[in-house]
Design a protein around this ligand. Structure first.
Ligand code: FES
Length: 125
């Protein structure tokens, strides 16, 4: 049985770029991506946006983790903290939340998600 809401967890501490941990305002890339994802998600009832300091995938900044009870989890990264990246992440997350088993057919992947997945993790027992 799956939970009703998918968790979209954004690393809040990821670097802004390879050369810059933070932007000119001193804000991390992860924090910027979190802001963009929150805006893109709006009031979507099927998603719960969360933050976590470090998802242990720092080399692939900026990173996100998508999870929902009864489904495998997806870790993705190498995003730039932009509105376009956030739209792709939220689009995929909505499709994931709507799927019965967490499988989103490749043909339905947003272009902005292709090449960004790091791991598909088995669901909790
Ligand atoms: S700081 Fe973002 S994954 Fe480690």
């Amino acid at each position: 049985m799956t939970e009703a809401t998918a968790r979209l967890i954004v690393c809040s501490t990821c670097r802004h770029s390879a050369d810059e941990p933070v932007d000119a305002d001193g804000v991390s890339g992860g924090r910027r991506l979190l802001e963009a994802v929150t805006t893109a998600a709006g009031a979507a009832p099927e998603l719960r946006i969360e933050e976590q300091a470090c998802l242990w995938a720092c080399r692939s900044h900026c990173t996100v983790y998508l999870a929902q009870g009864g489904k495998p989890g997806y870790l993705a990264g190498t995003f730039t903290p932009t509105a376009d990246a956030a739209e792709a992440i939220v689009d995929f997350a909505r499709r994931y939340a709507a799927s019965p088993d967490g499988a989103v057919p490749y043909r339905d992947w947003p272009e902005g998600m292709k090449g960004h997945f790091i791991a598909r993790l088995p669901q909790d027992a």
